[in-house]
Design a protein around this ligand. Structure first.
Ligand SMILES: Nc1ncnc2c1ncn2[C@@H]1O[C@H](COP(=O)(O)OP(=O)(O)OP(=O)(O)O)[C@@H](O)[C@H]1O
Ligand SMILES: [Mg+2]
Length: 258
């Protein structure tokens, strides 16, 4: 591993017949995930694509151990997990740099090494020069980029990303997608990336899991066998996108949901 790792790179994930039900305050049961099974090879890049409210964040939370499943099995190849939440979830009383180093503090890094790592990842994803700022002094998109730097700085084996670029302008998100792919290729993390955007999922992924509306099931699994680096405007990507859009319509979701 690049820094302070615990051994060989691992990162395979397997979900088998996972279901999740929330019990609401009224006592009503809300079934969110029905029968989710999939396998992610270590070092693979997979996107989960599905309509709003179908249970995508729930799947990531279960994998990260932040929520408990109602039934089924989840097995993770003993790895360090980085999580970019749908909301930045920064600590408002800590500066940008101190937010990025927060997960490093639990490991054996010296102060200077932590600051160097934070600076490195803040330079990569931006916003550079904002290290001494507090989160509430940043825009929403800038906060999200700090959250991405925080997740990358621990050099995770598994990186869970929940719509990380959805609040960013197109130019910035294009740059960050390319940067993410470069980091993935260099460090060979397993990445599970949640998005609403068909074109984003096609540009990034080796595999796409299309998830149906709540209760979520895996509606379709698509493999994208195109080499990296990929180019925006590549007709082959466009063709896959067109097919995926048809799949969505077939699934019965309105276009505005995706
Ligand atoms: N703690 C909870 N208690 C009760 N219901 C919950 C809880 N967390 C999530 N839900 C419900 O589970 C469903 C799926 O939520 P989830 O956040 O996983 O959707 P999502 O696919 O990530 O949506 P979006 O694309 O809008 O982010 C929603 O109906 C939501 O209201
Ligand atoms: Mg979500």
């Amino acid at each position: 591993m690049a820094h302070g790792g615990s051994g060989t790179a691992v990162g395979a994930i397997r979900l088998t017949n996972v279901a999740k039900e929330h019990v609401l305050a009224s006592g009503e049961r809300l079934r969110v995930l029905e029968d989710i099974s999939f396998e992610l090879a270590d070092r693979s890049f997979t996107s989960i694509l599905g309509p709003s409210g179908c249970g995508k964040s729930t799947i990531l939370n279960l994998i990260a151990g932040l929520d408990s499943r109602s039934s089924g099995q989840i097995s993770i190849d003993g790895a360090r997990i980085g999580f970019v939440f749908q909301q930045p979830r920064l600590l408002n009383w800590r500066t940008v740099v101190d937010n990025v180093i927060l997960p490093l503090e639990q490991q054996n890094f010296g102060r200077e090494a932590m600051r160097a790592l934070a600076a490195k990842y803040l330079r990569l994803v931006g916003p550079a020069g904002y290290e001494p700022y507090y989160p509430l002094q940043l825009s929403g998109g800038m906060q999200q980029r700090v959250a991405i730097a925080r997740a990358l700085a621990i050099d995770p084996d598994i990186l869970l990303m929940d719509e990380p670029f959805s609040g960013l302008d197109e130019i910035t998100s294009r740059k960050l997608r390319q940067e993410l792919l470069r980091i993935w290729q260099e460090t060979r993390k397993t990445i599970l990336f949640v998005t609403h955007s068909i074109s984003e999922s096609v540009f990034l992924s080796q595999q796409i899991l299309i998830v149906s509306a709540k209760p979520a099931r895996i509606f379709k699994r698509i493999t994208i066998d195109l080499p990296y680096p990929r180019e925006y405007g590549d007709l082959r990507l466009f063709e896959i996108e067109t097919q995926l859009t048809k799949d969505f319509l077939e699934m019965g979701n309105s276009a505005s949901d995706v």
